[in-house]
Design a protein around this ligand. Sequence first.
Ligand SMILES: Nc1nc2c(c(=O)[nH]1)N[C@H]1C(S)=C(S)[C@@H](COP(=O)(O)O)O[C@H]1N2
Ligand SMILES: [Mo]
Length: 321
Amino acid sequence: MAHIHRTAAAPIAPSQITPERVWLTRRRLMGGALTAALAGLAPGAVSATAEPSGAKLAYTPNSRYSVRERPNSFEDITTYNNFYEFGLQKDSASENAGSLRTRPWSVAVGGEAEVRGTFNLEDLLREQPLEERIYRLRCVEAWSMVIPWVGFPLARLLARFKPTSRARYVAFTTLYSPAQMPGQRVKVLDWPYVEGLRIDEAMHPLTLMVVGLYGRVLPNQDGAPLRLVVPWKYGFKSIKSIVRIDFTATQPRNSWNIAAPDEYGFYANVNPRVDHPRWSQASERRIGAPLFAARQPTLPFNGYAAEVADLYRGMDLRRYF
Ligand SMILES: Nc1nc2c(c(=O)[nH]1)N[C@H]1C(S)=C(S)[C@@H](COP(=O)(O)O)O[C@H]1N2
Ligand SMILES: [Mo]
């Protein structure tokens, strides 16, 4: 993957934000987890290592839909996560997501579609050629990353279920399993995590179903074995570890909107001119940049306006935030 440049500038080492002793202990623990993963005891788990690990995937790079920015390191992408099912700290998911069993995995499909039922993920994936797309990810918390995902267009998966003319939205649900996801024992959100898209957003060619990262099987902390990535929306729309897809006639609910409707809308399009009630969305911090680096301006639709602005023509984006 010659087009992926390795980080030359010093990124923020976790040792800079964690007390040294804790960091060293954790480092040793991770070594153990890695050994376990290599021994096949924990497929797809953890791998909070500096170098990509996990089974290699076959895919074609998609340059048309890739940004030209330098991707974040594998370490950044697998240790700085939001996945509240495994805890609230950025490193919680990398430490705790090893308990998630990603195989076998099935996806239930229901609602306004001709083809419904429960599908084995491996069967669904056999039909889908994979591509790599380097996308920006902008979190509502005003940080961003650049991530080389491996996946396939959601549109291609949805088409196979033959949505009816009444299907105006698509709803997604994350696994509910407090035994595997210890964060679900705490009611920070109304579990399971749910998200939704309007059907034209879901069918947009940029909307990606992701199964991999840096050419390898997706690490658990990034939403294995199947997650959504909608690059022009705040990161919370990109729901992880999906077990259900429903076609609906009415707008589905989404977890962060349920938790704090004044702060998180349904659309959640990245918009530098509509601030979060508690902070500005005008600029962002690129994870991994030196601490003294300037914040960068946030772009409308996270830089994807040319592709997606038409979806919202005539809508008041302050009202539909
Ligand atoms: N099920 C689930 N999906 C989720 C989240 C979560 O807590 N639970 N966090 C969201 C948020 S806020 C962001 S920014 C992205 C982070 O994806 P990453 O950790 O792979 O960078 O996942 C999103 N998907
Ligand atoms: Mo986020």
